[in-house]
Design a protein around this ligand. Structure first.
Ligand SMILES: NC(=O)c1ccc[n+]([C@@H]2O[C@H](COP(=O)([O-])OP(=O)(O)OC[C@H]3O[C@@H](n4cnc5c(N)ncnc54)[C@H](OP(=O)(O)O)[C@@H]3O)[C@@H](O)[C@H]2O)c1
Length: 323
């Protein structure tokens, strides 16, 4: 099969279209003919090897040679222990830890996999998983946003932010989105009540305090974020700097004990039910799915460059199989 492969960390130039062995599913896996795969910041992090946690599989060279975690496709084979899916099913889901989606075929367990709604395109389905998991858990399940609360999303103009802004608005919150100047109107179009250009204003120094901060970029220290939280406010770090990650883990409990402000890492649980719930919100028109650009598999490097250079407004999708 054809796949986009890399053998060293680096810029998108290290990605090559190669002929590789088609994978064979284990007993608990399905073989999926990939129709579409979306790009996430985690792919960019895995490509460049930064932050350091992106090198967990291989410190000097990537262990898994094919990136791509959000896939949608058709089931071509099932292992003997697979219970929920059968040949021909159209499915979508997340393969976070090992990737493998920038390819014509991928193997995946049933976890974090759901049936694609018949009326939804493969591209749309592929644009959902990772961003939906982070946004649903950050805003609803762990964030528990209530009407009237003040919510700030740091990095709100990216993949997760598109869903996070809308979910917070659906919950009745007053939402502030932080991102670069090019994305301010985009965040407003998704429902953000206030927007902040991170290059001009530091949300931790503007005197405002929030009930919930969902941070996908962790550009500020936990001490600074503590300042921007109300008493009993919650800060969830979903991605970003390793320094803030360690601060959340080591200093977060101390801050909680002394101030009542909750500073935590968001470790997402990848349950199929969240995928189903998000597709229902999208199909009912309550949440808008935004696909900024589509690329063929052969142009995956360009697609990653587009996201990595910070130009994407919403999701970038690779169409793998042309029907
Ligand atoms: N916690 C978990 O369990 C879990 C699971 C999966 C993934 N993740 C992580 O969660 C993160 C998800 O990110 P995503 O896919 O939503 O990323 P994304 O689509 O790249 O969006 C991030 C946004 O943040 C903006 N940004 C960059 N620097 C900023 C700053 N200093 N202040 C404010 N905004 C800034 C980016 O814009 P520009 O760069 O254009 O300026 C971009 O619009 C990734 O780091 C991923 O590894 C976490």
């Amino acid at each position: 099969m054809k796949a986009i492969v890399y053998h060293e960390y680096g810029s998108p130039d290290v990605l090559k279209l190669e002929e590789v062995q088609k994978p064979t599913p284990a007993d608990n896996q399905l073989l999926i003919k990939v129709q579409a795969v979306s790009i996430n910041r985690s792919d960019w992090e895995g490509l460049v090897g930064k932050p350091l946690y992106a090198r967990m599989g291989g410190l000097l060279k990537p262990k898994d040679r094919i990136l791509g975690s959000d896939i949608a496709g058709t089931v071509e084979a099932v292992g003997k222990d697979v219970k929920k899916f059968k040949l021909g099913d159209e499915v979508f889901g997340l393969m976070l830890n090992y990737g493998g989606g920038f390819a014509e075929y991928a193997c995946k367990s049933e976890k974090a996999l759901a049936l694609k709604p018949a009326g939804m395109t493969f591209e749309a389905a592929a644009a959902i998983p990772q961003a939906a998991f982070i946004a649903l858990q950050g805003i609803r399940e762990k964030g528990q946003v209530m009407p009237g609360q003040k919510v700030l999303i740091n990095g709100a103009g990216g993949g997760t932010g598109v869903f996070a802004i809308q979910l917070a608005k659906l919950a009745g919150a007053e939402v502030t989105g932080v991102d670069n100047a090019e994305k301010l109107d985009f965040m407003r179009s998704l429902g953000a009540d206030h927007v902040i250009d991170y290059a001009k204003n530091d949300f931790t120094k503007n005197g405002q305090q929030y009930d919930l901060i969902l941070d996908v970029i962790a550009s500020r220290s936990v001490f600074a974020c503590r300042r921007a939280l109300n008493t009993n406010g919650r800060y969830f770090m979903a991605g970003g700097s390793v320094a803030t990650m360690f601060q959340s883990l080591l200093i977060g409990p101390w801050i909680r004990r002394n101030t009542g402000k909750n500073i935590k890492l968001l470790v997402v649980q990848t349950e199929s039910k969240d995928l189903v719930y998000m597709t229902e919100l999208i199909e009912s028109g309550k949440v808008k799915l935004v696909i900024d650009k589509r690329y063929p598999l052969s142009e995956t490097a360009e697609a990653l460059r587009y996201l990595g250079e910070g130009r994407a407004k919403g999701k970038v999708v690779i169409t793998v199989a042309q029907n």
